[in-house]
Write a protein that binds this ligand. Structure first.
Ligand SMILES: NC(=O)c1ccc[n+]([C@@H]2O[C@H](COP(=O)([O-])OP(=O)(O)OC[C@H]3O[C@@H](n4cnc5c(N)ncnc54)[C@H](OP(=O)(O)O)[C@@H]3O)[C@@H](O)[C@H]2O)c1
Length: 326
């Protein structure tokens, strides 16, 4: 009898109901690949947007009429159960975590991944659920704070959306980098954000940061809830507004500030960077985990059969940190 594996398929762009459970023949690892038994996978805002095919310009990469790769999910953690020819980085039984990139298929029971991809040994300090979400908010926020915003110790950093996946990681990372951190959050999330290391919390439902006299070296708008134009007045003369949510306005501000003015607007697509660069950043993040200065914030886990409900939950926009499928 042919061995099979379970996955979730997206045949066309649309709502969570477009997610269909499927069983397919279990692949054998090719040269340089490992077969992973997945123990936990991430369910992210980006996953829900890719399922919906929004923003529409993203379809140029995902597939114009329908998803080019029909499987859901990117971040995952599990153990190696078969080795392809020539694999040197991993051995049988190794616990690993990483992401599939544009190949997708992370929300599954098994997957074959190239050992030279974004794949790392899972440290005992993280359980599978925590490891599965490392490549979403945690990796993205290190990339944005250090590479894109170039935060230096002692700088004042404002994190917009301190209770989300990106924001909850950003508060911890900025703090560990020696920044003075302020974050926005609703009252119900204020204690969480303070416990992550934020020196101040602004309740965004009551106070508009852009109307205050406080000035920041970096404004990291994790949710795209502001804009360079709105944030500019709250930046120091050489301040940077960085945002992971691409829009026509952000693109125009980036192009304009790249040539004119000392205040800058910047964006990056973290997942499109080379795997070697992402692995180097992940190694630094694991060192922070070991040092006790970073821990992914976990919202809740859904059973494997409930990916539709997990997408609905993520799409409420109210999760605290990260969601997984187990
Ligand atoms: N460019 C890249 O490399 C990259 C990589 C990964 C993700 N992304 C993008 O990053 C974005 C953020 O994702 P995420 O997973 O961090 O979001 P998320 O976890 O879904 O954010 C939800 C959190 O934000 C809070 N929130 C909602 N509205 C807010 C507001 N106006 N001000 C402050 N906080 C608010 C919510 O709390 P309350 O509702 O209780 O206030 C909730 O805790 C997504 O658009 C994703 O696609 C980009």
């Amino acid at each position: 009898m042919t061995e099979t594996f379970k996955a979730w398929s997206i045949r066309r762009y649309g709502g969570p109901e477009e997610l269909i459970p499927v069983e397919r023949p279990l692949p054998q690892p090719g040269p340089g690949e490992v077969l992973i038994r997945i123990r936990a996978s991430a369910v992210t805002r980006a996953d829900t947007m890719m399922r919906a095919g929004i923003p529409r310009f993203a379809r140029a990469f995902l597939g114009l009429g329908r998803p080019r790769r029909d499987l859901a999910g990117t971040g995952l953690s599990g153990e190696v159960i078969a080795l392809g020819e020539g694999v040197t980085r991993f051995g049988m039984g190794d616990e690993v975590f990483g992401e599939t990139g544009m190949n997708f298929g992370g929300n599954a029971s098994h997957i074959c991944l190239d050992e030279t991809g974004t794949l790392m040994p899972k440290p005992p300090a993280l359980n599978h659920e925590e490891a599965a979400v490392m490549c979403d908010g945690v990796l993205t926020s290190l990339n944005f704070l250090r590479e894109i915003a170039e935060v230096r110790a002692g700088e004042r950093v404002l994190v917009l959306g301190g209770s989300g996946s990106l924001g909850s990681a950003a508060v911890q990372i900025a703090k560990a980098m020696g920044a003075d951190v302020t974050a926005t959050a609703s009252a119900r999330n204020a204690d969480l954000v303070s416990s992550l290391g934020s020196n101040r919390v602004i309740d965004y439902t009551r106070e508009d940061f852009s109307r205050s006299t406080a000035r920041y070296d970096v404004i990291y708008d994790t949710l795209g809830v502001s804009s360079f134009g709105e944030a500019k007045g709250a930046l120091t003369p050489t301040g940077r507004y960085v945002c992971p949510v691409l829009s026509a306005g952000l693109l125009a501000a980036m192009l304009r500030t790249a040539r004119f003015g000392r205040r800058k607007a910047r964006f990056s697509a973290t997942g499109l960077q080379k795997p070697e660069a992402l692995r180097t950043m992940l190694a630094e993040l694991l060192a922070m985990v070991e040092a006790g200065t970073l821990r992914p914030v976990m919202d809740r886990s859904f059973p494997f059969d409930e990916l539709v409900a997990a997408h609905r939950h993520v799409e409420t926009g109210h999760k605290q940190g990260n969601v997984t499928l187990v």
